[in-house]
Design a binder for this molecule. Sequence first.
Ligand SMILES: [Fe+2]
Length: 173
Amino acid sequence: MTLLTHPAEVEAMLADLALAARRSPDAYLASARTTLLNILARPDLLDRTRLVAPPEGLGRNLLFGTRALSVWAMVWSPGAVTPVHDHHCSCCFGLLSGSLRETWYRPISDTHAVATLDVVRSPGYVACMMPSGPNLHRIANDGPEAAISIHVYGYDHRAQASSVHRTYEVAAG
Ligand SMILES: [Fe+2]
């Protein structure tokens, strides 16, 4: 929680998000999107020097959380990649720096999926999705620089380990 450097503004964002989450799914997603855009537009808000940034893989940094949602800064080292996965909760993310390749998949069973779309995301990109899916994707940093993304998830970080519902093996298209 101390990685964000303007507590009053952060508290206001969190309060708005929590209120919107109680109003409706659409209001929540709109608020999550606004929160991400605000964080991406304000580089001073996040103390990047204190982020966990491993030499390999993904560094997960909790920025704030409630019973309804959690906000994370993810630091992707070059070569970091998630499994193909879907989500048990709403999932919004915005790219702060670097580039990330997002590949979307169509499930063909409970265990396998085929790729349908492959896009490189640039800083400023923001997307939101609900768990009403199927919303299967994989995110990879296949560029030469570390990338930082901000995620707003609709889960309580104290109750669940991550937003991932299920992971999939890639099947040949
Ligand atoms: Fe995801």
